[in-house]
Ligand binder design. Structure first.
Ligand code: ATP
Ligand code: MG
Length: 347
């Protein structure tokens, strides 16, 4: 068994070498904030930017002037210089559709473990986007997260992202022991696979936001290709109660989603979030027996790139439906939850 692992890992290594050019290109596309020194920005100011959670040059473009001016020790004049330097280093202007298409080639698609589900998703869970899975309990949201934590480590040629995973666990359901059988399925060393997953337990929505800022810092220094938040909404539901706090809850949730999509684009990572559902009395009709809608309202609906609705089928089978996507049609497929993670449904 051990020998088999080693062999598969060696093969994976060779495949890594074969894809090295693309990965180097990807690494080169992450322009570190230190490069602002080339434009005359003092190192001390770069330290301040990093302390505020900005680690890349595109990260500067992603902040509004107001937020940059709020950084301690950065005067308005300095902010202007930083913005100008960032614009000179990385062009954020218009590009042609074909150049845009070329840029989209660096998007990774991480396998879910089920070929049918991958096909439904147009190849897998994609980087530079937020994929949200919602559904009732036991529908496989966490099992998909655990599977992705392993498959993301595979070389791109094997449907992986050739990187590590970050897992923000808000419900205490991350199970390290589940990683072993999934890793073994793919011929990965289970201990190494576990070492490549950074897990943090979040206790409040503030803590969750803090952990996501730390996740961005980790991405700046390590090869991370997947960020999981399981679940995105649970702590918001606990920390804000009643109608009186709804506006604040939605505003903070919106800010977090905005931060997630920027992180996904900045570091070319896939963001996978889970969400719960509530009964929707307004959605009841004679055609829909048990209508359930995802929580988070319009804020989540607009911020998630691809929304997947999961529901239970027979036994270990689950059904995934594309609920909303910029490029995929509304269709569904069946997959199953196994000891080795998400897999195709058995006949
Ligand atoms: P929640 O909303 O409660 O977080 P969820 O959608 O995240 O629910 P999951 O934990 O992904 O639910 O799925 C739970 C299901 O996974 C259970 O029905 C269980 O049967 C199945 N499952 C868990 N562990 C295994 C395993 N080792 N082998 C096979 N199936 C498993
Ligand atoms: Mg779960």
């Amino acid at each position: 068994m051990q020998q088999q692992h080693r062999q598969v890992q060696q093969e994976a290594h060779h495949e890594d070498a074969a894809t090295a050019v693309t990965e180097e290109e990807c690494a080169a596309s992450i322009m570190e904030i230190d490069r602002l020194t080339e434009m005359g920005i003092p190192a001390a100011d770069i330290v301040k930017l990093k302390a505020a959670g900005i680690y890349t040059v595109p990260g500067v473009h992603m902040q509004c002037k107001k937020d940059l001016s709020n950084i301690k020790g950065l005067s308005e004049a300095k902010v202007e210089k930083v913005i100008e330097a960032a614009r000179k280093l990385s062009d954020t202007g218009f590009v042609s559709g074909s150049t845009y298409l070329q840029q989209r080639k660096k998007v990774n698609k991480i396998t879910t473990g089920s070929a049918t589900l991958d096909q439904l998703l147009g190849g897998g869970v994609e980087s530079m986007a937020i994929t949200e899975a919602f559904g009732e309990f036991r529908t496989g949201k966490t099992q998909l997260a655990l599977t992705l934590c392993v498959t993301c480590q595979l070389p791109t040629s094997m449907g992986g992202g050739n990187g590590k995973a970050i897992y923000v666990d808000t419900e205490a359901t991350f199970r390290p022991e589940r990683i072993r059988p999934i890793a073994e399925r793919y011929g990965l060393d289970p201990d190494a696979a576990l070492d490549n997953i950074f897990v943090a337990r979040a206790y409040t929505h503030d803590h969750q936001a803090h952990l996501l800022a730390m996740a961005a810092a980790k991405m700046a220094e390590d090869q991370v290709c997947l960020l999981i938040v399981d679940s995105i909404t649970a702590l918001f539901r606990v920390d804000f109660s009643g109608r009186g706090e709804l506006a604040e809850r939605q505003q903070k949730l919106g800010k977090m989603m905005n931060c997630l999509i920027k992180t996904a684009e900045e570091f070319n990572v896939a963001v996978y979030i889970t969400n719960q559902v509530v009964a929707d009395p307004g959605g009841a009709s004679m055609f829909v027996a048990d209508p359930k809608k995802p929580i988070g309202g319009h804020v989540l609906a607009h911020a998630s790139t691809t929304r997947l609705s999961l529901r239970k089928g027979r036994g270990e089978q689950r059904i995934c439906k594309i609920y909303d996507s910029p490029s995929l049609p509304e269709s569904e497929c069946v997959f199953s939850i196994t000891e080795q993670g998400i897999a195709d449904a058995r006949e």
